[in-house]
Write a protein that binds this ligand. Structure first.
Ligand SMILES: *[C@@H]1O[C@H](CO)[C@@H](O)[C@H](O)[C@H]1NC(C)=O
Ligand SMILES: *[C@@H]1O[C@H](CO)[C@@H](O)[C@H](O)[C@H]1NC(C)=O
Ligand SMILES: *[C@@H]1O[C@H](CO)[C@@H](O)[C@H](O)[C@H]1NC(C)=O
Ligand SMILES: *[C@@H]1O[C@H](CO)[C@@H](O)[C@H](O)[C@H]1NC(C)=O
Ligand SMILES: *[C@@H]1O[C@H](CO)[C@@H](O)[C@H](O)[C@H]1NC(C)=O
Length: 613
């Protein structure tokens, strides 16, 4: 390298320091409880980094979601294919080209894209990744229920403001560009020149830097985010109250009785209807547990003996209660319907399994219409760039007519304090306006199939990130103006997306895991697959009658004001334990509320209201 190249290189370094920005400045980077650092990762170790590229036409996409999900619209049910979605959101050729160049120059190998072209997953060494994402420093951590190993950066990272920046790509002195065959293409290459002030970079050719902002959500395999932990719990058994007609915990037959499902309410086997659940916690299910579960608890209805399709990797380890629960209850509510399980997609230490699942959705044209996911994190622990992008992915799914059901969380309204002030703690993805969020209930009498009351753990509240979607404005306003037990307004953001949308029993479930029946398992992780299975049964009828599947349910659900659901009106969920609110969050009431949404399914009534058109 000649002197001139050296000087240029030095200049580039100086300029780059001034021209970088933090895409996720608000991402929490403290080590979650239960995780320990094992020190720095080996510089030669291979990492997988996922980059989210800036999408186009999100405005148009949101209009289309509205049109295909609103029963009053002429486009209702006319869903987009993945290819249609790709046409719309695909990053501009300029973005694609620029990111590609930047990554290749950094030594990225083996990059994979998805059908929508808005994600790129590449492999590179830790050393290269640390150079690419300045400020990052990869460490290895171990923790979580399964002693999972992850590679994450405890430090914030920066990206070059103008990307491959500061160098003239066409400059042949930068010989290494030539390796990729670009050395001669100087005419077509954009020049980036940073004028030293953040946000004021000027790029030749007339387009602004804003177009180019990458939206890099470098998960860099979850640069910072740790796998979530399930808050599923086993609660002590309540005291038996000596009466006739008792049940000793929730089983498929108890659920089917409560929700008015008969033995005929199962999948017909004549459609290609299917449903899916997803696991991100290094948890596995065993088909033998499913068989034992159905043998013990599923005697009276037709069901499938095994999972039809496992996407991702099933380890050979012990079964996890969470994974067993999801599969067993999705397959006994949505009985006899073909079931897929997304099992730990993205098991490399540097990958974020949840993000890998999102990538899979954008890389597969034919997917089950219903997906249930018992995953969530505190909104305040995630960067808003990350949440906005994940929300855009949910919008893509909604446009395709996929129903995504998320558990509302198991800490009631939640609680956290910032600068000495307490407030409730919303959870994400539960707070996304493009998913249907499922809360939890208990039987009024724990041992009888009675009406339901609030399960005090049922997650619910108001987002601090996503504004209230118009479909729920009326219902939320009505709740806020009529609830006699409203917490102080400083505890929640009344203008945010309010959740949950619906609910189902979440208390006292039986689960078979590692051949052992386990009683009193509780959490919205249980109610979510139950609600999902019931929607799958409704889809079955819709498909048989020539209607499209339900798709994104919320606009219709709120328009019909929860028709076909049992309204849950008694009980409050938990929150901050302080003098001001004394452990109480919101309370259920008539109509929609941020504890149980519109209520729990009454299958025949729900089927009736959701059949037409
Ligand atoms: C998307 O699917 C294609 C075709 O199966 C595959 O080659 C590619 O690696 C996938 N992308 C990712 C990010 O896994
Ligand atoms: C469904 O269940 C409820 C309560 O368990 C009952 O009152 C109702 O009559 C049942 N049937 C229908 C069609 O709603
Ligand atoms: C359950 O599905 C199978 C096909 O998977 C079908 O042959 C059978 O008739 C279905 N059972 C009922 C009761 O519809
Ligand atoms: C089910 O069949 C329809 C119509 O043939 C097709 O468009 C859809 O992709 C299929 N779904 C799955 C999950 O295979
Ligand atoms: C309240 O929610 C809105 C979005 O609906 C958000 O813009 C605002 O920052 C939130 N306020 C607080 C204090 O978090």
């Amino acid at each position: 390298m000649g002197l001139r190249a050296c000087l240029l290189g030095l200049l580039a370094l100086i300029v780059s320091a001034k021209c970088s920005y933090s895409p996720e400045p608000d991402q929490r980077r403290t080590l979650p409880p239960g995780w320990v650092s094992l020190g720095r990762a080996d510089p030669e170790e291979e990492l997988s980094l996922t980059f989210a590229l800036r999408q186009q036409n999100l405005e148009r996409l949101s209009e289309l979601v509205q049109a295909v999900s609103d029963p009053g619209s002429p486009r209702y049910g006319k869903y987009l294919s993945l290819e249609d979605v790709a046409e719309l959101v695909r990053p501009s050729p300029l973005t694609l080209r620029t990111v590609q160049k930047w990554l290749l120059a950094a030594g990225a190998r083996n990059c994979h894209s998805v059908i929508t072209q808005d994600f790129l997953t590449c492999w590179m060494s830790v050393r290269q990744a640390e150079l690419l994402l300045s400020g990052s420093e990869f460490h290895r951590y171990v923790g979580g229920p399964a002693e999972t190993h992850v590679v994450r950066s405890p430090h914030p990272y920066q990206l070059p403001k103008a990307l491959a920046s500061h160098v003239d790509f066409g400059n042949t002195l930068w010989g290494w560009w030539g390796w990729w065959g670009w050395g001669r293409q100087s005419q077509g290459l954009e020049k980036f020149r940073c004028h030293g002030r953040l946000g004021r970079s000027v790029v030749k050719g007339g387009w602004s830097l804003k177009d180019l902002r990458l939206d890099l959500l470098p998960t860099v395999g979850g640069l910072h985010r740790f796998p979530p932990t399930s808050s599923l719990r086993q609660r002590p058994a309540p005291q038996v109250a000596g009466a006739v007609g008792l049940h000793l915990g929730v089983t498929p037959s108890v659920l089917r009785k409560r929700y008015n499902l008969t033995a005929q309410d199962v999948g017909s086997g004549t459609t290609n209807n299917s449903q899916a659940c997803a696991q991100f916690l290094e948890q596995y299910f065993h088909d033998s547990d499913l068989a034992k579960f159905m043998h013990l608890f599923g005697g009276t209805f037709a069901h499938q003996a095994s999972v039809a399709h496992v996407v991702g990797q099933q380890g050979r380890g012990r079964a996890g209660i969470e994974a067993s629960l999801d599969v067993e209850y999705l397959m006994s509510a949505g009985a006899n319907i073909s079931t897929w399980v997304y099992s730990n997609p993205g098991r490399h230490e540097s990958q974020e399994p949840f993000l890998q699942w999102l990538l899979l959705l954008s890389n597969e044209s034919a997917l089950p219409p219903v997906h249930t996911i018992s995953y969530g994190d505190d909104e305040d622990s995630l960067s808003s760039a990350y949440m906005q992008r994940v929300n855009a992915e949910f919008m893509k799914a909604a446009a395709r007519g996929l129903t995504l059901l998320f558990a509302s969380g198991d800490s009631g309204a939640g609680c956290w304090s910032t600068s000495g002030r307490h407030q409730f703690r919303p959870s994400f993805p539960a707070s996304s306006p493009y998913v249907t969020t499922v809360g939890g209930t208990s039987f009024q009498n724990p041992f009888q199939v009675t009406s339901e009351i609030v399960d005090y753990i049922s997650g619910g509240g108001f987002s601090n990130v996503f504004p209230q979607p118009s479909y729920q404005e009326k219902a939320v306003a009505q709740f806020l103006s009529s609830s006699p037990h409203l917490p102080p307004s400083s505890y929640f953001n009344a203008s945010g997306r309010a959740y949950p949308d619906v609910a189902a029993l979440s208390d006292g479930y039986w689960v078979v895991s590692n051949h052992v029946p386990i009683p009193w398992v509780s959490g919205t992780s249980a109610s979510t697959p139950v609600f999902g299975g019931i929607l799958s049964l409704i889809n079955e009828h819709r498909i048989l009658s020539g209607h499209p599947p339900l798709g994104f349910l919320n606009p219709r659900l709120y328009q019909q004001r929860g028709a076909g659901l049992f309204d849950v009106t008694h009980g409050c969920h938990e929150s901050c334990l302080n003098e001001e609110v004394q452990g109480q969050g919101f309370c259920a009431g008539p109509g929609w509320d941020p504890v149980t949404g519109w209520g729990t399914p009454n299958f025949p009534a729900l089927l009736k209201t959701l059949m037409n058109p």
